[in-house]
Structures are given as structure tokens and as C-alpha cells.
Design a protein. Structure first.
Length: 201
């Protein structure tokens, strides 16, 4: 099992990165392979609505890092999205990335079907729930399973490192990681059972 985490922050070592590291550390300790991707390294261009991706299973335009990141999503069993809240929504880079990914998935149905999706946001104060909804809607629109936590997946903090002072938020992230681990363990069990049933037929 592998989880790829996509960091939508403009900061490479900010609050979003801190929380991705915290979650992936727990997944890795449970035997799940992990990889983190920084959108800060890539200015993602908006979708051109050309629909040339139909039958290609990826965007045909190569002017940025979208293709490489989307291939990682396709190969992973789980996708973790993290974004700071900008203007009561996800970051512009994350928005552009998800819009392009959504069109590729719409033009090539089933690319992300039955993968696990989880997301979280970091926020100074307002707009966090809108941002969480934006990422969860992407999962739901593409036949993915959404992994939740014990509260809304948000942690408060403005400057880098501030999220470490939000104890409730950190506990929510820890619970999110535990729920992802539980999900993958049970999915693995189901897949093994199906394989064994096929062998006996």
C-alpha cells in the first residue's frame, strides 16, 4: 500500500508541511509506503478545457509538473491533500491542480476509483470548512473513499510552526492517520480474501 501526499502550500516548510510529515510518519511506522509532493515546486497552469486528455489518462500539456504528479496519484492506493486556507478556500495552486485532475478523470472514468482520499487544511481563523469541502468533493466526484477523523480536518496557525500549539487540531490529525491505517489494513484483508476465493474456484 502506498499513500502520496500533495502539499498545496506556497511554503515548502510551513504549517501544511509540518502536518503532512506528522501524518506520513505514522503511516510509515504502520508499514505503509509514503511519498510527499510539494506544489510549491510547481506553478500549476489552469485547465485549458481542450478535452484532449480523453483516452490518454493524463493531461497532454507538459508546461508544468502536473503530469508527473498525476501519475503518482494514479499509482497510489491513497491520496492525502493538504492546503492552507487562502481567501476562504484552498490555495490557487491546489485549485488549479484539482481542476485539471478532475477533467482528466471525467474524460477517463475510473482512474481513481476505490482509492482512499483524506485531506486537511491549516487556517489562521476562517474559511477552513470551505477548503475541506473543496478537496472532499474532488474525492467524492471520482468514486473514492473518504477517510475522516473525529472533527473537521483543520488545524489553526498563522506563522510556520504555529500549528504545533493547536492540541485539538493535532489530535484530529493523529486520529486521521489512525483511520487511514485502519482503512488500508482492512482493504488489504479484503483483497487477500478475494484472491484466495478466486484460487479455490
Amino acid at each position: 500500500m502506498k499513500v502520496v501526499a500533495i502539499n498545496g502550500s506556497a511554503r515548502k516548510s510551513g504549517n501544511t508541511d509540518i502536518l503532512i510529515g506528522r501524518i506520513l510518519e505514522k503511516l510509515h511506522a504502520a508499514g505503509i509506503e509514503t511519498e510527499a509532493v510539494q506544489l510549491a515546486d510547481n506553478i500549476i497552469q489552469p485547465c485549458r478545457a481542450c478535452f484532449a486528455c480523453g483516452g490518454k489518462e493524463n493531461c497532454v500539456h507538459r508546461q508544468d509538473g502536473f503530469q508527473t504528479i498525476f501519475e503518482k496519484m494514479k499509482a497510489a492506493d491513497g491520496i492525502l491533500l493538504g492546503s492552507p486556507v487562502y481567501s476562504a478556500n484552498i490555495s490557487a495552486n491546489m485549485q488549479a491542480f484539482l481542476e485539471r485532475a478532475a477533467v482528466v478523470c471525467d474524460m477517463n472514468p475510473g482512474l481513481l476509483k476505490h482509492k482512499a482520499g483524506a485531506c486537511f487544511v491549516t487556517a489562521r481563523r476562517g474559511g477552513a470548512l470551505n477548503a475541506v469541502d473543496a478537496m472532499n468533493h474532488f474525492f467524492l466526484n471520482h468514486e473514492m473513499f473518504v477517510v475522516g477523523s473525529t472533527y473537521w480536518n483543520m488545524v489553526y496557525g498563522q506563522m510556520p510552526g504555529d500549528v504545533l500549539n493547536d492540541q485539538e487540531g493535532l489530535a484530529t490529525m493523529d486520529d486521521l492517520a489512525e483511520n487511514m491505517i485502519w482503512f488500508f489494513k482492512n482493504i488489504t484483508r479484503v483483497e487477500e480474501k478475494r484472491k484466495n476465493e478466486r484460487k479455490t474456484i
